[in-house]
Write a protein that binds this ligand. Structure first.
Ligand code: DGY
Length: 321
């Protein structure tokens, strides 16, 4: 049986599943990610690795991992795993589709509401003693009900986002690499090119994977197309947004605010200017962080490892081209 390196303590039954399948499990003991040299050492001694989104696997690490057969990410995204380099070395990469879409859309929605109605800024002010009276002008936000939502990337999370918008009687526009007429019918949403989505939306919510094509998809030009009253919500990947351009847009008041569950880099250093804006909400990449979903994600990653080490095809292989 195989040796499995797990880069963090995981919720749920994942580690028991691996042990019950006869594998020898080594878990990185730290609460933080293993530093690059520890990740390299863990991979070097392993037949399989159960990884997290912040474990950045390099070609050099893969060269040192002579026995490695599978990298199972506990995430739907897999840009951290260098899938093309892994493929060259015959290493399978897997992810966790399907299980986290609803949980992630819940969080994107929480961020949208928090940003539009000053939830975080007013909480901070209240704790600091700022609530001295009821004020007709304090913390005025914008209405979500009846507004226009722009979804960028209509995968399973984008769709879950669109479903929630119905309850708020929103107009929903989406931009996506491929047009999806069936989803348009089913969800009552409209396709538009990205520029038009950006120009019409009161809330722009990003749901694309990070690839060479989507890196800095939202840059100075795209931010300039957004309404001055619009908010940007990012639960996808920090790299999809050009953060310097976002900082400039916020500084110049060219958009109303942003809510970011993902940044570039992660964690976002405390001296980053994004922290200085009261109209920016930043959370630490927790969109999939419900107990049930994180347990399911870890168990799915474990199931992929058990399949590959057992000589069977992976359950959730990712494209590695
Ligand atoms: C993912 O799954 O890719 C998220 O970013 C982490 O849950």
């Amino acid at each position: 049986m195989g040796k499995v390196f797990v880069t963090r303590q995981t919720p749920g039954r994942a580690l028991d599943m691996l042990r019950e399948a006869g594998h020898d499990v080594e878990t990185w003991p730290g609460a933080d990610a293993p530093p690059p040299e520890a990740l390299a050492a863990g991979l070097a001694g392993a037949d399989a690795a159960l990884t997290m989104v912040v474990d950045h696997v390099t070609a050099a690490m893969l060269d040192g991992a002579k026995n490695l057969r599978v990298l199972a990410n506990m995430a739907v995204g897999f840009d951290n795993l260098n899938p093309a380099e892994a493929a060259k070395r015959g290493i399978v990469v897997t992810n966790t589709p399907g299980v986290l879409a609803e949980t992630t859309a819940d969080m994107a929605w929480a961020l949208l509401m928090a940003a539009s109605r000053n939830v975080v800024a007013s909480d901070r002010d209240t704790r600091a003693g700022g609530w001295t009276t009821w004020s007709p002008t304090a913390f005025l936000g914008v209405d979500v009900f009846g507004a226009t939502l722009g979804i960028v990337g209509l995968g399973e999370i984008g769709e879950a986002m669109a479903r929630r918008a119905r309850g708020f009687e929103m107009r929903v526009l989406y931009a996506s690499r491929t047009r999806k007429p069936e989803a348009e019918q089913r969800l009552g949403i409209e396709f538009a090119i990205l520029d038009d989505v950006l120009g019409a939306a009161d809330f722009v919510s990003l749901h694309t994977p990070l690839t060479a094509e989507t890196r800095h998809l939202i840059s100075a030009r795209e931010l300039a197309l957004m309404k001055r009253s619009a908010f940007l919500i990012n639960t996808a990947r920090g790299g999809v947004v050009d953060q310097d351009a976002l900082t400039a847009a916020l500084r110049e008041g060219r958009i109303a605010g942003a809510a970011l569950d993902v940044t570039d880099p992660e964690p976002l250093p405390l001296d980053n200017p994004l922290y200085s804006f009261p109209n920016v909400v930043i959370t630490p990449h927790i969109a999939s962080a419900s107990l049930a979903t994180r347990a399911r994600m870890a168990e799915m990653a474990a199931a992929n490892i058990i399949a590959v080490l057992g000589g069977r095809p992976p359950v959730n292989p990712v494209p590695q081209g």
